[in-house]
Design a protein around this ligand. Structure first.
Ligand SMILES: CC(=O)SCCNC(=O)CCNC(=O)[C@H](O)C(C)(C)COP(=O)(O)OP(=O)(O)OC[C@H]1O[C@@H](n2cnc3c(N)ncnc32)[C@H](O)[C@@H]1OP(=O)(O)O
Ligand SMILES: O=C([O-])CC(=O)C(=O)O
Length: 379
């Protein structure tokens, strides 16, 4: 922290609280994450994605009827406007799924009459319901495959798997898909959630907030790191190369994707759960490449950087899970968005209930009393 003319500068807003929230609690020293009081590991093991979405949006666990109503509402909301479908078909095949998602959520806002419904919770559920449809339609169309329309008999996570692969998941995969989305659904005022809140704080609309949040999540320092981890593992090639790769990266002062976190100063609790999913899937799929490299990376990086409190984050093992489930690398960050949209929308709704426009300040360090030189006189 530095200060100038009595104004303190908190670079990157580190340790600055801007609001109270009852959505999630993170203890960065102990590696704890709870959603509305319930540990994320418990939710990942026992709950469905829709149950967790309800918990985050409404503040309590739903009863059977409330859950069934949400499941039905989301299943009925998965279709996208035909003009948006046409738009997706016209986008370049090589467009990044996060760019496609960002553009399409923005378009939703064009098609919805924002004045017609003031129910922000319904709007949140509708946006959440549609994100998998956009990602899967673009993925399949861009590879010359027919889109798979949503199946109302499947839950949200299983339906996403089905729309990407064209195959209905068995019980084990369906459970895994739910758990992965739950683990990514919420994490306090991270960069993308904060982006959504900044936009919402001007009393703009939810589509604008989510469009901005998707743009923020895309960056490699945030959600984009899960794709970078797979690039890195492929570049490393074998566990024997890990040590030299890490040494070179540190010498060149490069950040190693999948490690480090603004809040967690120990193991991210989600990385421990995802590591076990990756381990089990590697055995099931008979894959001896990705998991051993990631595990060796974890060992070497922790040995070298634990003194700086650098440990695995949520992105180290998630990409391996997606890879082994058969998902193409380009959609890994979009899968993060499909889950995190619940946290984004829940924070927007919570914050705007007692809204104050978010407007920090910068400390001016440029020249004072500079002369205006006429254009013709400039060199
Ligand atoms: C879903 C998520 O967003 S989780 C994060 C996903 N992002 C990544 O995995 C990208 C790699 N990680 C990083 O870039 C960072 O750790 C961030 C962006 C996540 C957190 O950044 P900050 O809290 O600002 O920490 P900052 O970048 O200042 O790092 C502090 C120190 O640790 C080092 N460090 C942090 N992360 C790493 C890393 N992944 N590899 C090597 N060194 C690292 C920094 O070089 C710095 O060292 P120094 O004090 O000697 O200069
Ligand atoms: O909390 C953060 O800064 C990053 C994030 O979104 C996460 O770890 O899920």
């Amino acid at each position: 922290m530095t200060s100038f003319e009595g104004v303190k500068i908190f670079k990157g807003l580190e340790n600055v609280a801007i609001a109270e929230t009852s959505l999630s609690y993170i203890n960065g020293e102990k590696g704890r994450l709870v959603y509305r009081g319930i540990p994320v590991e418990v939710l990942a093991e026992k709950a469905s994605f829709e149950e967790v979405a309800f918990l985050l949006w409404f503040g309590y666990l739903p009863n059977r009827k409330e859950l069934d109503d949400l499941i039905r509402f989301m299943a009925d909301s998965r279709d996208i406007h035909p003009e948006i479908e046409d738009h997706i078909a016209r986008l370049p095949n090589k467009a990044h799924p996060m760019d496609v998602l960002r553009s399409c959520v923005s378009l939703f806002g064009v098609f919805e009459d924002l004045q017609a419904s003031h129910d922000e919770l319904q709007r949140a559920a509708r946006i959440t319901a549609k994100l998998p449809t956009i990602v899967s339609y673009h993925y399949r169309l861009s590879r010359g495959m027919k889109p798979v329309p949503p199946d109302k008999t499947l839950d949200h996570a299983s339906n996403f798997y089905y729309m990407i692969t064209g195959e209905k998941p068995d019980e084990e995969i369906s459970k895994l898909m739910n758990s992965i989305l739950i683990l990514h659904a919420e994490q306090g005022l991270n960069a993308s959630t904060f982006t959504a809140m900044v936009i919402a704080s001007t009393l703009s609309d939810m589509y604008s907030s989510i469009t901005g949040a998707i743009g923020a999540l895309k960056g490699p320092l945030h959600g984009g790191a899960n794709e970078k981890v797979i690039d890195m593992i492929e570049e490393i090639g074998t566990p024997e190369n890990v040590e030299s790769y890490v040494e070179k990266a540190l010498k060149e002062k490069r950040k190693i994707p999948g490690f480090g976190h603004r809040v967690y100063k120990t193991y991210d609790p989600r990385s421990k759960v995802l590591k076990e999913y990756a381990r089990k899937l590697s055995l099931k799929m008979n894959d001896a490449k990705y998991f051993p490299i990631a595990e060796k990376l974890e060992k070497v990086v922790v040995e070298k950087l634990a003194h700086k409190k650098i440990f695995p984050n949520v992105d180290l093992y998630s990409g391996i899970v997606y890879k082994l489930l058969g998902f193409p690398k380009e959609i890994y960050t979009a899968i993060f968005a499909i889950a995190r949209v619940v946290g984004w929308t829940a924070h927007v709704i919570e914050y705007t209930k007692s809204n104050k426009i978010i407007r920090p300040c910068g400390v001016y360090v440029g020249p004072m009393n500079a002369e205006y030189i006429p254009l013709e006189a400039r060199e």
